[in-house]
Each structure stands twice: as C-alpha cells, then as structure tokens.
Design a protein around this ligand. Sequence first.
Ligand SMILES: N[C@@H](CCC(=O)N[C@@H](CS)C(=O)NCC(=O)O)C(=O)O
Length: 219
Amino acid sequence: MPEYKLHCFAQSGNAYRAALMLNLIGAKWEPVFVDFFAGGETRTPKYRAEVNEMGEVPVLVHGERKLSQSGVILTYLAERSGKFRPEGEDERLEALRWLLFDNQKVNGYLGPYRFLVNWAKPAPHQAVLDFLKARIVNALGITDKRLSARPFLIGDRPTIADVSLSGYLFYPAEEFGFDIGQDYPAIAAWRERIKALPGWKHPYDLMPGHPMPAAGEGT
Ligand SMILES: N[C@@H](CCC(=O)N[C@@H](CS)C(=O)NCC(=O)O)C(=O)O
C-alpha cells in the first residue's frame, strides 16, 4: 500500500510540484483525482469539509496528517527524506525566499494566465491578459538572470526551491501562447538539468486527468 496519497489533477502546476517531489525522492504514492474542471470539486462543501478548507489542490495525505500548500508539502517531504533539503540557516532562508517569489510571481501568475487563455468562460478581457503577461515577463526575466549565474536556484544542487519553480514550466508552450524555453535560455538549460534527475516525469504522465474529455464526451 502506498505511503502517501496526493489529491491532484494533471493540469495543475501547483499539484505538479508535490507530485514531482514524491517521484524525485522515490516515495511510494498514489494520486487521488480531483475533478476540478467538470465537477468543480474544489468548490464543493464536501471537499472543503473533508479534504481542504482552502478549496485547493495539492493535498498530501500521510497517515493521519493532511497537508496543503505546495511549499509546506515540499518542506515536509524534504525534511522526512533528507532529499532536496536546504542545509543550514542561510540555505533555508534562501530557498524560502525563492519559494515565496515563485509562489507569488512566477508560477503564481503563470497558472492563472494559462487558465484564462485555455479554459475561462467567459473569455477574459484582453487588458487582464496583458497585465498578467507583463508580470510574467518580469518574473521570468529575474529568474532567468538568477539561473544564468548558477545551475540551480540556490547553488550547485537542486532543492525544493527548484521543485517549486517546476510548477508550470514543463507544460506545453502552446498552452501559454509563448515559448518559455525559447525566450529564456537559462531557464531552458535549467529545465534540462531538472529533467535529467532520476524520477522526473512530465506533469501529464504523473497525474490523472489528461487529456480532458472534449465537450460533450464522458459524463
Ligand atoms: N499556493 C497554493 C496554490 C494552490 C492552487 O491555487 N491550486 C489550484 C489548482 S492549480 C486550485 O486548487 N484551485 C481551486 C479553485 O480555485 O477552486 C499551493 O502552492 O499549493
């Protein structure tokens, strides 16, 4: 029986951080599919009462413990496994600094942007997309500069800050309408280093729910 369960769905980069971490540390885990798109599951009173009062994925279940917020999940798994763990106060603070920057400004904008471009109904106002895109360009530029000077976010080895940054960066370029790999060479090189880690998998191969049924298909 798997040690961990992860409430997730394939299109969620926030959940991908946790799923990827579980795979990279070689944990025994199984996904629990959350029907975000068709069923609006995260918004149901049942989900909020029984799974996560914040109405979000990812949620990691480990025995009696239930954790949400990918940054908390990554910290927990790093401390338990000793893998991808920042060591010492300086590294811990540095990893936390990049994890928060990522949560707010890199993947924190990429996720909603991708959602608006692909799935939002009614379609978003162009001004909203333009605002988010400008924020994304700024945050990716800062991240690219950082990664041009070191192989991983806080130095020579990957930590939970890098796993967090992976959030939406491996999803297909067409889903964003711009190509991160082409526009940000240091991020592109970093992606190859992350892909080379044992246990790496693409989000659509790691979590259930892809491809989504076309409109009218399924129940
Ligand atoms: N800061 C959170 C963000 C989680 C989040 O926004 N998850 C989205 C899916 S990508 C969600 O569950 N949204 C549910 C909703 O809006 O109803 C984390 O890192 O775990």
